[in-house]
Design a protein around this ligand. Structure first.
Ligand code: C2E
Ligand code: MG
Ligand code: MG
Ligand code: MG
Length: 285
């Protein structure tokens, strides 16, 4: 059935659409209302400094709790939010909420806490992006140096000249830039030399089989060595075991993040869980 058969898009969908398209359309209409209905929440997951055992930074991870469909994972709705352009508004909400919460925590017991916020490709390409970042910093009164923005390799490489100029502007403000899911894209290593990044986050797929696959150790080791040469900090994502954490420490990886240290938690649980995380630091080795 072709689109041209039904002149009206709605009729076409409601008569000929398959289950997947139906789910998508329903999700989209719910997504449009999710912000005003306060259905989004941020969870926070710590990044641990592997030398000192300190929690220096936390990553904000969005959650969508819909009253009927339940918890929708960002892997499902972020792509949809990008396709529909809704990511602009959602992304601005994430930035402001994360900055306000971090400022609060800085003033209530964690003065040096940093926040890392995921930014999607479409959101990054918008010409309003820089001003949205500045607004979030202004509203929250958070110091720019406390904020890192996580971008994937593919988001950075879409229009590399433009990306570099925005990344440089961010760094001029004092905001840090991280490359997320490193190793899953196609970028040539020469890009890394030209991209103004402060942090590389090694994708969890390399960490998952760290102890039972020596080639992963070789890859992670090479990334860490390269990071040292480029003066870029390295974060290992998806650390789930004591063994993985010890290997990473032996390899001089700077930071680790993962379920072994702490799962992403909502604000209340995060405040409670903080002590537990601090204890883990001393149980390593
Ligand atoms: P990401 O930024 O690479 O985040 C890491 C994902 O791995 C998170 O999934 C996190 O919950 C999960 N994770 C953390 N530790 C472990 C571990 O030890 N083992 C395993 N198996 N997983 C772990 P989550 O929260 O479902 O987010 C998925 C992706 O959705 C994120 O990947 C990010 O790309 C995107 N995302 C999340 N929040 C936002 C947001 O606020 N804005 C945008 N644009 N994207 C977001
Ligand atoms: Mg991330
Ligand atoms: Mg990642
Ligand atoms: Mg990811």
């Amino acid at each position: 059935r072709s689109k041209s058969q039904g002149g009206n898009k709605i009729t076409y969908y409601s008569t000929g659409m398959n289950d997947q398209a139906m789910v998508r359309m329903e999700l989209e209409s719910y997504l449009r209302k999710a912000l005003e209905k306060n259905e989004f929440h941020l969870y926070y997951q710590p990044l641990m400094d592997l030398k000192s055992g300190e929690i220096t930074c936390i990553e904000a991870l969005i959650r969508w709790q819909h009253p009927l469909i339940g918890l929708v994972s960002p892997a499902q709705f972020i792509p949809l939010a990008e396709e529909t352009g809704l990511i602009e508004e959602i992304g601005a909400w994430v930035l402001t909420t994360a900055c306000v919460q971090t400022k609060y925590w800085q003033q209530n017991g964690f003065p040096n806490l940093g926040i890392s916020v995921n930014v999607s490709a479409y959101q990054f390409q918008q010409h309003t992006f820089l001003s949205k970042v500045m607004e979030a910093l202004h509203v929250s009164r958070l110091a720019p140096a406390s904020l890192s923005l996580e971008l994937t390799e593919s988001a950075m490489l879409k229009d590399i000249g433009y990306s570099i100029s925005i990344m440089k502007s961010l760094q001029e403000l004092g905001v840090k830039v991280s490359m997320d899911d490193f190793g899953t894209g196609y970028s040539s290593l020469s890009y890394l030399r030209n991209l103004p990044i402060d942090t590389l986050k090694i994708d969890q797929s390399f960490i998952k089989h760290l102890h039972d696959d020596p080639s992963n150790i070789a890859i992670v080791k090479a990334i860490i060595t390269m990071g040292q040469g480029l003066a870029v900090s390295i974060v290992a994502e998806g650390v789930e075991t004591h063994e993985q954490m010890n290997i990473l420490r032996d390899l001089d990886c700077h930071y680790a993040q993962g379920y072994y240290i702490q799962k992403p938690l909502d604000t209340a649980a995060f405040e409670q869980g903080f002590r537990t995380v601090e204890n883990i630091a001393y149980t390593v080795k």
